[in-house]
Design a protein around this ligand. Structure first.
Ligand code: SF4
Length: 205
């Protein structure tokens, strides 16, 4: 099986979205519409581009020196079939670890997919972060946009760091400048940063 997946973009190596150097892929499309969403370009369900899971997997295996893959969005669970396929392929054919974001809570995901399907899937994920972005709860926490979000450690790999990760208040962002017209912000920005930044860029232009 080689499903197509609609993605916004990917980057073959960054250190700002999870432990160590990681390949990061942003799925396209999200229905949550969080106030001051930290990735508004990722919301349109028909935006981004369609690529095959196999092609993404090849890009991942071509990326040198990474220790894991982070899947973010948009909302990855809106494309559950290709998401499963990608995760299974990474698990089966690499030693990379997996970090996954969803704007849905665990409870919402159980309702959408059923408890057994969700449990079977999530046991392959090392770090899972759930829940929508709530700006008033954005306190600069590591890996989380806002403190309503939970961090789950479904494997042993990072479980011993759970407390440190939960308590850390550190975030970094990077800019991936590809062309004059195309620049991506990587990582979770400080509160209001994205909207202020876009406003300033607009003023400069
Ligand atoms: S879940 Fe994430 S991508 Fe979706 S609207 Fe909220 S902040 Fe934006």
């Amino acid at each position: 099986m080689n499903s197509l997946v609609r993605i916004s973009h990917y980057i073959d190596s960054t250190e700002v979205l999870g432990p160590g150097k990681r390949f990061v892929i942003w799925f396209q499309g999200c229905k949550k519409k969080c106030h001051n969403c930290i990735n508004p370009d990722g919301q349109a369900e028909q935006g981004g581009s369609l690529v095959s899971v196999e092609d993404i997997f090849s890009e991942i295996t071509n990326s040198k020196g990474i220790q894991g893959v982070t899947i973010s969005g948009g909302e990855p669970f809106l494309q559950f079939e290709p998401l499963q396929e990608l995760v299974d392929r990474i698990r089966r054919d690499t030693r990379l670890d997996l970090m996954l974001y969803s704007g849905y809570t665990m409870k919402e995901l159980k309702r959408r997919l059923g408890e057994t399907t969700l449990k079977d899937f999530l046991q392959k994920i090392d770090i899972f972060i759930d829940g929508e972005y709530i700006e008033s709860l954005d306190t600069g926490s590591m890996y989380r946009g806002s403190d309503n979000q939970n961090i789950y450690f479904f494997t042993e790999k990072y479980r011993s760091f759970a407390r440190q990760i939960y308590e850390a208040k550190s975030r970094e962002i990077e800019f991936d400048v590809r062309t004059d017209e195309e620049t991506y912000m990587i990582g979770i920005p400080p509160k209001n940063f994205y909207h202020e930044f876009i406003k300033k860029v607009g003023e400069v232009r």
